[in-house]
Ligand binder design. Structure first.
Ligand code: 5GP
Length: 191
């Protein structure tokens, strides 16, 4: 998506550890007008799919997913990071490894808000190694919900997540796919 790629080139910074910093428009300060354009693009790309719910994960997926939910005219539910002590029978639960691999965390979604009647579009800000998405897929699977597709703002194509998700046969629509990023020169190249 040209608009998002141009914004990344204009405002993103490449940091050590393969981290793209986009906090001026995507995941700290949020450009909601851009989110709407992104949501309209997903709406076009998933036009053949019957979607009745959007699923994301806190925190940085929520803003994007909320705007997408308005465009798709469906409810949005976010998986919550939870303390193990609070896990109970009312929730589906899984463990996700953080992108930095420093820690694992528990995420939950209430059995009330994800069920076998749901046809879900998963939305998130980044796809890197795919740990967050695998966790969301597991929650949907536990609920018996059908995952109709996955919409990602920025996929880092040189990390393994995208390939693994596509190998599962799931429609994955990343609006910008970064193929190369260099934290010394600041160069960013899209697929
Ligand atoms: P994965 O689970 O696919 O390895 O990583 C996805 C999650 O890690 C995203 O939800 C995002 O919060 C975070 N993440 C991964 N790579 C980046 C990055 O380059 N920049 C930022 N800001 N977050 C990232």
């Amino acid at each position: 998506m040209k608009l998002l790629e141009e914004r990344i080139l204009k405002d993103a910074a490449v940091r050590a550890g393969n981290v793209l910093k986009v906090d001026s428009f995507l995941n700290h300060q949020m450009d909601v007008k851009l989110f709407r354009e992104m949501a309209e693009e997903w709406k076009r790309r998933f036009s053949g799919k019957k979607i009745n719910k959007i699923l994301t994960i806190e925190a940085s997926g929520i803003g994007i997913a909320a705007i997408a939910a308005e465009v798709f005219d469906v409810p949005v539910v976010f998986a919550k990071k939870a303390k193990s002590i609070n896990l109970d029978n009312d929730n589906y639960c899984t463990k996700i490894q953080s992108y930095t691999h420093v820690n694992m965390y528990d995420v939950i979604v209430s059995k009330k808000f994800l069920t076998k009647t749901d046809h879900v579009l998963i939305i998130d800000d980044f796809l890197a190694n795919g740990c967050a998405l695998m966790g969301l897929l597991e929650l949907a699977d536990k609920a018996g919900a059908v995952v109709e597709g996955i919409g990602i703002a920025i996929e880092k194509g040189f990390q393994k997540g995208g390939q693994e998700i596509r190998a599962k046969g799931i429609q994955l629509e990343s609006l910008a796919i970064v193929e190369v990023m260099d934290d010394v020169t600041g160069e960013i190249v899209f697929r």
